[in-house]
Design a protein around this ligand. Structure first.
Ligand code: NAD
Length: 252
């Protein structure tokens, strides 16, 4: 990675006081969780219009659960990588105030995000809880047998679903609104590992930019919104965060 760009990003981080991170599936690929659109991604084997559609789930949840069981096993085996830890470290330094993520894997929390007061906004929900789509009852992940059945069913006969957002579903109440407010307050937004193809999450960097934040993009490839980035650090998020945090620590 270009040392000058890393140093420039580090200077911006050190001079900022309200950093917001915005992460997508790409931050977790180095932890062993494939993104959806990459060549080994889940979408190459599971058609999202069937396996991740809320309308389809309401008719037949078995396809969704076939895919989700695989994803849960992968997520349970995954550990945070230097990008998750770097974000948690910036919070500990008092710089980073909010973590906005499209991910459901809870690796930010496992890396220590949220411990020093940053708020976490999981735009697409989280894999750690289930709910009945009929009566709304919530269940802990270990309260429901999902392995020995085609799909789990509630006592009320409704289908049980993880509290993750499928295509065709609304985002969890209040979460997007909270994330927008954080982007309005941010003096620096760090976007890590999102293709920025999924709406409405993908307009958050432009909200931060409009309200005056400096924007840093960290991604393995170009995105459709690159013109928003003041600095684009191109490469693997874990590697880049390792260098970036060293440079930040040299400056403080
Ligand atoms: P995406 O799959 O559309 O895009 C991922 C982006 O990250 C791509 O631009 C890719 O080039 C980049 N990337 C991949 N590996 C990277 C790395 N090591 N370093 C830097 N960049 C890397 O992801 P999205 O924009 O988050 O949208 C996909 C949706 O799927 C999201 O809504 C998310 O909820 C969900 N999802 C979540 C997980 C998870 O929780 N880990 C995994 C897969 C999908």
């Amino acid at each position: 990675m270009n040392e000058n760009l890393i140093n420039k990003a580090a200077e911006i981080i050190v001079s900022s006081n309200y950093i917001v991170s915005f992460s997508g599936a790409g931050i977790s690929t180095e932890s062993g969780i494939a993104d959806f659109r990459g060549k080994d991604g889940l979408w190459s084997r599971y058609d999202p219009s069937i396996y991740a559609s809320y309308q389809y789930f309401q008719r037949d949840p078995s396809k969704f659960w076939q895919m989700h069981r695989e994803l849960e096993d992968i997520v349970e085996d995954a550990d945070p990588n230097p990008a998750h830890y770097g974000i948690a470290e910036l919070e500990k330094m008092g710089k980073l105030k909010a973590v906005i993520t499209q991910n459901i894997d809870m690796l930010h929390q496992r890396a220590g995000s949220g411990v020093h007061g940053a708020k976490i906004y999981e735009l697409h929900g989280s894999y750690g809880m289930y709910e009945c789509i009929n009566c709304g009852e919530e269940f802990d992940i270990d309260e429901v047998d999902t392995k020995n059945v085609r799909y789990p069913v509630c006592e009320c006969s409704g289908y049980i679903k993880p509290k993750v957002v499928l295509f065709g579903e609304s985002l969890p109440y209040g979460v997007l609104e909270g994330a927008i407010r954080e982007c309005q307050k941010a003096d620096c937004l760090i976007m890590v590992g999102s293709s920025l193809l999924i709406s409405p999450a993908n307009f958050l960097p432009s909200v931060a930019k409009e309200y005056g934040a400096t924007i840093i993009f960290i991604n393995r490839e170009n995105t459709i919104m690159d013109e928003l980035a003041d600095i684009f650090l191109k490469g693997k998020a874990g590697d880049i965060f390792t260098e970036l945090m060293e440079s930040v620590k040299d400056l403080v």
